[in-house]
Design a protein around this ligand. Sequence first.
Ligand code: ADP
Ligand code: GLC
Length: 521
Amino acid sequence: MATTRTLIVAGEAFPLAKTGGLGDAITGMARALAQADMPVAILLPAYRGVRARLQEIRVVAPLHNLPTGDARLLAGRCPQSGLDFLLLENDALYDRAGIYLDEAGREYADSALRYAALAHAAVRVAGGLPGIVTPNIVHAHDWHAGLVPLLMRAYGLHDTRSVMTIHNLAFQGRFPMECAASLGIPEPYRGSDGAEAWGQLNFLKAGIRYADRVTTVSHTYAREIMTPAFGCGLDELLRRRAGDLLPIPNGIDNILWNPARDPHLGALRFSVSDLSNKARCKAALQHEFGLAVDAGATLMSMGSRLTEQKMADVAVQALPEALERHPNLQIAILGQGDHQLEDALRALAQRYPGRCAAHIGYDEPAAHRLHAGSDILLHASRFEPFGLTPLYAMRYGALPIGSRVGGMADTIEDPGPRAPLSAMASANGLLFDGDSPAAMGEAIARAVHLREHAMLWRIMQRNAMSADFGWRSAIGLYASLYRSLAGADFRSAAPARADRALGAAALRARRRSGSAMPAPV
Ligand code: ADP
Ligand code: GLC
């Protein structure tokens, strides 16, 4: 059987750097691969503070003559995750307060350079560097790593395979084409059959175009992104690559997100067989958020980025009516994002003191307590590639109300409002269609009504808490993908036109000149 050595390239990995589900997915996947005896390392920018969180840190190599500027490659081990990391150190690019955004919440002006540098570093690693294992699979995630498959082709790394995983097609990394030369993207790769889209350089398109295989994180999202409604302009390219596009649903980390062992709950841990502490978690959450401490209230939370993707705008419209319609309903919001939506939710909380609270900010421990103390999680999305949050909520006995898109359509079981009430005994949450405040309001009303049926609610909670959403099945699929790629001989395939333009001769010439080229594997 072909052996695989995988280099994961990503913009974030929990707990070193996380802004959302991507960070969780990268670490969860890498840990599960490592546990399945598939060697893996993660290449990450050395953002501020990340070096200090690794152990056994050492300098692997200086990286001279990168088109994106000189850098160093460090290696170390993350004690919390037990994973091996490679860090790209370039303080001018990465030693900053935020990961992607400055203090004012604006995207850094040199994002293209920051992630082109990451891709060049990945190609150096793939080409072989003394002192570290040379990968035979490079697994690029989201637009931050989108240039990796392109540069691997351009530099003729034909013995190393590339996989591009789409976690969110809406973020593509679009920049003026004029910067392509300074980012070290060879001319033959800059056309409409390459990295260009709408006259711009598009990192994610480059990844989708040049990767040996493309994956995305749920079955429904894989189908959706091949349609104009969800394809964000790349649906045609995705349809062209349909034969190489695989859905591999994420898992969740069952150890980190486990109410029976969660350190963020202090002494108030609980499990599916003993929910007594969940009631105490609810009282603690009500107290923490300044809500009336009332065991009889139905406590619904929202915990997510406050953006239009997450229908925070729809929630702003639907929640006042829900609070009026259901006197027993309380709402706890934890999130940050669009400043206008943040303000609107703050204003809502002011209108309903004791019944609605909004904590604007990013707080990892609070997210755990939110799920532990809630009865319901409202997690509506216009599109949701996978959706880790509703699964975390389920583990903690908070039943999700989701919208029927992407991963939520695959993981939330709901026989629907027209089915007899007894059919809900097989449910683990609720789904609604579309993005109207009325549809969201009706779903909230259904949940409030269902909660009045204590026995049925308990059965639904049990379904949710005992469902297995771990990484095991995903890892089986990644393992067979990697093995099939590692065993495949792609050299027999005719090289693309652009590959020939930067073929072996160019590789040799560049190596002679000592410029930015990796040694071939
Ligand atoms: P996405 O990646 O699209 O934001 P997911 O549901 O897959 O959606 O993952 C979101 C992750 O980010 C979860 O781990 C969630 O707990 C976390 N998260 C989102 N907003 C916050 C916040 N304000 N504070 C703490 N954690 C948050
Ligand atoms: C993205 C998606 C989210 C998914 C996460 C991990 O951020 O928006 O749905 O769960 O990536 O794959």
